[in-house]
Design a protein around this ligand. Structure first.
Ligand SMILES: Cc1cc2nc3c(=O)[nH]c(=O)nc-3n(C[C@H](O)[C@H](O)[C@H](O)COP(=O)(O)OP(=O)(O)OC[C@H]3O[C@@H](n4cnc5c(N)ncnc54)[C@H](O)[C@@H]3O)c2cc1C
Length: 596
């Protein structure tokens, strides 16, 4: 397994050359004072050192050790506490946080690069800062001034960590049927009772307090999703002076044994009349939780991307070193017993597919992050509304497409290693196992696809889709005279037209048939993702073309050749996906239960 190195050159390319992030930051008053190109670069550099030097070396052994449960306490694998402390000392937990409460106020475009490094280096560990950041977003957006004052500074500093408690044994996707109860108390607090399962980092020994955001129902709550409220429930109650008080009435009943991310604690949490405080309004908890979920969803997409990057780094190195058989065109290294496997077209197929998804995926996550920045920091109402629409549309694509392609990529990386890919010490099988959960949690990828197709595309009668289509069309029109880009733009325009046609068809079918959306959704999200990555690759060709002539490093010429591979070998998948969608729901709904 290659030692993970943060892909700083790649990240700088995407940030500075493809998206001109410094110009974006300078145009957003809310962020302009917090970051400039030198600061951003120093953050990337330092993040690279910490993730490669501190987190990555723990990853393999921590997977073997896992977390240990003992009478409600959870002990993390060796080195995790110290690594967590390194993050606390560097203020990394508050990188994107609100400066009013001690956060650093960095733009998401930059924070996303740090997140990728952390998830690539050590996904189990990376979940802890990720959940804390998500909890902070929800609290900052919906908490009362008192709650924010009391909790946000310690969460941003990392002294305390965050967890989110939605899932119950009988309620995962359908949170409307949760049973956890919240009873109002005379002092304005609530007594929380119930059981939550699968709570990531719900208990551990890295931070001195753990702040849970718990979904529960008030006694008179309406049935279903409209009767859910969100509560802040700390492990230790916090005194008025900010010091820690008594232990709250809840604890970790056990840890799950699982397929991957074994070094993270997945906890059963039992609430036994615990004291909590309402966050946001009564019965509006699901909407409040969605603020956190949307943030997390891009973060989970980035987890898929990170695993894919780590897999690519190792597979690329291995393919250059491992020698087997001769190249089909004759020996390339006659002095050796065989040629490196990189000479074989099928190994090239795997590596180029991996590189296409990883670099296209990084551009896409940065693109989505740039809309998040505009939505959060722009002072222009119209621009903000436009960005909100893009974020709503693109978030499910980022979550599901990046994790689906993330798993594809890690499996390809494992395949490049042959039998060694199946053996633990090489690390590729861990990446496959770790990446698998990203397709399931934070709303399964099937549910993301329903969200995209049902709520976003059909729900807006195609208006949100038009925002994206317009963005791509503008790019095509603005660059129509660019000779280097022309061959890509024709295929991109055709892919967009294909996607637009299918969008129109499903919107029409949805009005006539309630099963149409569910039947089309996953293939539609895939088509959307492949088209979006084609757009990203066209943007990367534009940024690379001018510099490719003098490029002896292979960086820019490599970008253009990878774009060609993507357009020739991967984008055509949208043709087959469109065919499948057009066939409708008949074939999947026809069988009786006994026929499946
Ligand atoms: C390791 C791990 C960590 C986790 N961390 C957390 C955490 O920190 N906090 C937390 O609250 N939860 C957490 N979860 C829970 C996770 O978010 C849920 O498992 C996930 O949302 C799916 O819910 P479920 O398991 O109940 O599956 P179900 O909801 O039972 O779904 C089963 C299948 O049916 C499909 N399905 C369900 N409803 C529909 C529908 N309406 N239309 C189409 N298909 C449908 C699903 O897509 C899925 O394929 C974690 C889970 C794991 C395994």
């Amino acid at each position: 397994m290659a030692d993970y190195q943060a892909p700083l050159r790649e990240m700088r390319f995407v940030l500075n050359e493809v998206f001109d992030a410094p110009a974006l930051w300078a145009s957003l008053p809310g962020v302009a004072g917090n970051v400039d190109p030198d600061t951003a670069d120093a953050i990337l550099e330092e993040a690279g050192k910490i993730t490669a030097g501190v987190l990555a070396p723990l990853n393999r052994e921590a997977d073997e050790q896992g977390c240990r449960w003992n009478d409600g306490d959870v002990t993390t694998p060796e080195g995790f506490k110290e690594a967590y402390q390194t993050l606390v000392e560097g203020g990394w937990n508050g990188l994107g946080g609100n400066p009013e409460f001690g956060g650093m106020g960095m733009p998401k475009t930059l924070v996303a690069q740090f997140e990728e490094m952390m998830q690539a280096a050590n996904m189990s560990f990376g979940l802890a800062p990720m959940l804390t950041a998500g909890a902070c977003v929800a609290l900052d957006a919906h908490g009362s001034p008192e709650l924010k004052e009391k909790y946000l500074p310690k969460l941003y500093s990392g002294e305390w960590s965050g967890a989110m408690d939605l899932t119950e044994p009988h309620a995962g996707t359908d949170l409307g049927i949760i049973r956890t109860k919240a009873e109002p108390q005379d002092d304005g607090s609530y007594r929380i009772t119930g059981t939550k399962i699968f709570i990531t980092w719900g208990e551990h020994d890295m931070a001195e307090n753990i702040v849970h955001l718990v979904l529960a129902k008030l006694p008179d709550a309406p049935k279903g999703p409209k009767g859910i409220s969100m509560f802040l429930v700390p492990k230790f109650l916090v005194n008025d002076d900010g010091s820690l008080g008594e232990r709250n009435q809840f604890g970790c009943g056990s840890l799950e044994k699982k397929m991957g991310i074994k070094a993270s604690a997945t906890c059963v949490m039992n609430y036994d009349g615990a004291t909590g405080w309402l966050v946001g309004e009564e019965n509006k908890g699901l909407a409040a939780m969605f603020t956190m979920m949307n943030y997390e969803r891009l973060g989970v997409g980035i987890q898929g991307l990170g695993a894919a990057e780590a897999s690519l780094q190792s597979a690329r190195e291995y393919a250059n070193e491992r020698i087997q058989s001769r190249a089909p065109t004759g020996a390339r290294q006659p002095d050796k017993a065989a040629d490196p496997i990189l000479v074989h077209p099928d190994v090239r197929r795997m590596l180029m597919t991996m590189k296409s998804f990883v670099e296209g995926g990084r551009a896409f996550s940065t693109y989505v992050a740039s809309w998040l920045d505009i939505a959060k920091f722009s002072e222009d109402d119209q621009q903000r509304e436009h960005a909100d629409g893009m974020v709503a549309l693109l978030t499910p694509v980022a979550k599901a497409f990046l994790t689906d392609r993330g798993l594809d990529t890690t499996i390809l990386g494992q395949q490049v290693f042959g039998g060694h890919g199946f053996i633990r010490e090489w690390g590729q099988e861990q990446l496959v196992r770790d990446c698998r959960i990203t397709q399931i949690y934070e709303g399964t990828n099937g549910i993301q696809a329903m969200d995209l197709m049902g709520r976003k595309v059909v729900g807006s009668e195609g208006k949100l889709f038009e925002l994206f289509a317009e963005d791509v069309t503008n790019f095509i029109e603005q660059n129509s005279m660019d000779a280097a880009l022309r061959p890509y733009l024709e295929s991109l325009a055709a892919a967009l037209e294909r996607l637009s046609d299918v969008t129109e068809l499903v919107i029409k079918q949805a009005g006539e048939n309630p099963e149409a959306v569910g039947a089309a959704a996953v293939d539609y999200l895939d088509m959307f993702g492949y088209t979006a990555l084609a757009y990203m690759w066209a943007k990367m060709v534009k940024a690379a073309a001018e510099k490719a002539g003098n490029d002896t490093s292979g960086f820019y010429t490599g970008k253009i050749k990878t774009a060609r591979f993507y357009y020739d070998r991967l984008l055509p998948r949208t043709v087959a996906l469109a065919e499948g969608i057009r066939s409708g729901e008949g074939a999947m709904m026809a069988p009786d239960a006994s026929e499946i």
